[in-house]
Structures are given as C-alpha cells and as structure tokens.
Write a protein that binds this ligand. Structure first.
Ligand code: FES
Ligand SMILES: [Fe+2]
Length: 402
C-alpha cells in the first residue's frame, strides 16, 4: 500500500481493458466531434413526450447532433420531425423553443410550409417560371420519428434500423407505467453543465455512487439485500435496473411518500426502476413519479441537460401537487439527488480537463447484482464499437474482448 509517483499514476491500471476508461474520452475535441457524428447523428434519441404537443400544430424546437430540429403535430394528429431550416437559402425557420403554427413562415423571404413539411407558398412565384424550383420540390427535410409509450424518438439517419430493433426490449418493463394511464409533462428544466456529456450519463449508470446521496443512504441502501438486486443489459449499449426498493418510513420529510397519491400502473410507491438508453437518455420511475433525462454534447466540456417530470393527465390538483413534490424531492433543481449528481460530474470533469486525473475505474463486478459497473462497461463497449476506438486507449482501434 503506497501512494504513487507520476509515472505510476499515469500508467494504465492493471485491469482488463474493458474495466477502465482513459480520461481522453472526456477531453479530446476530435472524439467529441466523432461522437456527435457517429452516435448522435446515427442513433435514435428521445426528443420529447407526446403530451408536450397536445394540439394540432403545436411544435417544439430542440438541438440534436449540431442541428436545430422541431417536432410538430399535424392536422392528422401525427407527430413529425423536421430539420429547422428553410429550403430557400437555409435560414433557421422557428426561433421560439415552442409554439403553435399552422403555417410556418420563414422570416427572410417569407416562403411558407405546412405541418407535414410541404412548401405551401413562394412569394412572387412568377419569377421562377421557366427556371424553377417548384413548390413540390422544396419541402422540408423530414427526420424519422417513432413513438413508443408516449415517448417521441427521432433519428437523423434514414438508413438505420427501426426504433424497436435499436431498443432491443430495453423499454419493455417500463411500458405499463408509462402508458397504462395517459401521462403529461409537468416539469421541464434545462441547464448547462461544465462536464462532458458522458460524465453526466455515468451518474445515471453508476449504482455504486448511491453511497454519495444522503437520501439513498437513508432510504435505499438497506431496503433490500444487495444480492437480490438485478440488472439487465441489452444490445446497442442499453442497460436497466431490475426492481429496486426504497424504505421511506423513517426518513423525515419522505415518510408517508406514496400514501397520498396513487403510484404509476404496475408500481408500488416504494419501487424504483431506471433504464439508460444509449447514448444519453435515462428514464427513472420512482413509484409515483417519472423523470426523463437527456444529455446533449455542446463540446467536450459542456453539456446541455434536459430533464422532464411527468404526472397523470387529468389527475385531481391535490394529486398533482403531491406528485410534483415527490418528483422535486429527488429531482428538482433543489432536490436531494440531481444537484449532488451535477456536483459529482463537474468534480470529475475538472480533474480530467487538465490531466490531473488520467483514468477512471469501472471494474466492480457483482454478476449483474448490487452495485455492479456492468451498465457502464456495456455503455463503453458500445461506444468503442461505434467509434472504432478503445475506451481505455482511444488512440487504438476497438478490439472486442467481451
Ligand atoms: S431563406 Fe427562407 S425564405 Fe429565403
Ligand atoms: Fe446520483
């Protein structure tokens, strides 16, 4: 047992390559650009919940893989997604984060579009007679959109496999809770984090750090034997917890949680379950409340975090108030959980950014129980495969030793 000198500190840990990650993955601008292109630009990603577009022509603008996109509900009730760019000279079309527009009018030369992406108007069209283009050829760029359990997923890659294939069943055990009753978003919060997007997502994949959260030490760590906990891994880098439990009775402010509002379908108020969808969406169910996270890279050391809380559509006001309280106890900006996770992600990022930290260890192996790092390892294996880089030594090609 001894401290290490710089040579030893900077040497790769004596572990299987799958059990540690190089700090370069958090800091290298080229790797970040590859991630945007090869992961975010080619994979399905959660965009919003269908309740955020309740009426025809409601839209929501968001950033994805360096593009501005928008989802919009058509007159036919279908939600479609488009690149937020005018066909004429490329101006950004919608500048508000959300709204309602039966006709989308570009501010620059006032070309117009409908909610199905068709170009409906070109001022003074006579000037194009004889040269074109025609309105028929000037529709918006549509982005693949599929909905599962009320969750709207989009994919910029027209050639990728279906959402169902991509998910590989990772959402199956969440479907009853998410669609057994209609849900709606009651909380939307966005923040910029001074950390790499993976450092945030790790806080959602890492079970070991529940020791950090006082609320989890008090309510969750002893609620069931570690060996009875399970995890599940899916193709394409997704991972999920099995059924976890909490025991709120003895914790001030949390006692009675769930006696005052019905839990979500298929759950008890003390149940906890989460799924991490590759690359950066997490859905957490905590008995009576839902949280959905997405992390979007803005650069190697900057991440846009978006968080949503959901309640039951049409529920009585006192139930809604209680459900919001349950959500915020853990997950609101002043909750017991999220602020601590942001602190952890930024603390690690600060160490890696200047090279003070060189590697991170993801070597806990508890056979998919307890606080196993298996979901982290599955994430980095998928990351390595898709970028053709070794997470433990990203300058080297990927070798699948799993
Ligand atoms: S750029 Fe939109 S109408 Fe010209
Ligand atoms: Fe956490």
């Amino acid at each position: 047992m001894s401290a290490r000198d710089d040579h030893s500190w900077g040497a790769p840990p004596k572990l299987p390559a799958s059990h540690f990650v190089s700090g370069t993955v958090y800091t290298d601008p080229d790797i970040c650009a590859e991630e945007v292109r090869e992961l975010f630009g080619k994979l399905w990603r959660f965009a919003c919940h269908e309740s955020e577009l309740p009426k025809a022509f409601d839209y929501r603008v968001f950033d994805h893989a360096g593009h501005s996109l928008f989802c919009i509900r058509g007159a036919d009730n279908r939600i479609r997604t488009f690149v937020n760019v005018c066909s004429h000279r490329g101006a950004k079309l919608l500048s508000q984060p959300r709204g309602n527009a039966e006709t989308i009018t570009c501010f620059y030369h006032r070309w117009t579009y409908d909610a199905e992406g068709g170009c409906t108007g070109i001022p003074r069209p006579a000037g194009y007679r004889g040269t074109g283009p025609s309105r028929q050829a000037m529709g918006l760029r549509e982005v693949r959109t599929e909905i599962k359990a009320g969750l709207v997923f989009i994919n910029l890659d027209d050639d990728s496999a279906s959402l169902e294939t991509f998910l590989d069943g990772a959402l199956d055990s969440f479907e009853e809770a998410l669609s057994g009753v209609p849900l709606e978003v009651f909380h939307y919060n966005r923040a910029e984090l001074n950390a790499n997007w993976k450092a945030w997502h790790e806080t959602n994949m890492d079970m070991y750090h529940e020791n950090m959260h006082v609320v989890l030490r008090k309510t969750q760590l002893n609620a069931m034997p570690m060996e009875d906990r399970t995890m599940a891994l899916f193709s394409n880098g997704h991972g999920a917890s099995g059924e976890l439990k909490a025991e709120y009775a003895g914790y001030a402010g949390f006692a009675g949680r769930g006696d005052d509002v019905p839990p979500l379908p298929g759950l008890k108020s003390t149940d906890f379950r989460f799924v991490d969808l590759f690359p950066s969406t997490t859905i957490l169910l905590r008995g009576t409340a839902v949280r959905i996270d997405t992390a979007t890279p803005l650069g190697p050391d900057k991440t846009l975090l978006e968080m949503r809380g959901l309640g039951v559509k049409g529920e009585p006001m006192e139930h809604r108030r209680t459900r919001i309280k349950h959500h915020n106890q853990y997950w609101g900006p002043f909750g017991r959980n999220v602020p601590e996770d942001t602190f952890a992600a930024e603390a690690c990022a600060a160490s890696f950014s200047k090279g003070a930290a060189r590697y991170q260890i993801i070597a806990r192996d508890e056979n998919l129980t307890g606080q196993d790092d298996a979901i982290l390892r599955a994430f980095y294996a998928e990351w390595g495969r898709r970028l053709n880089r070794q997470p433990s030594a990203p300058e080297l090609d990927w070798v699948d030793d799993g």
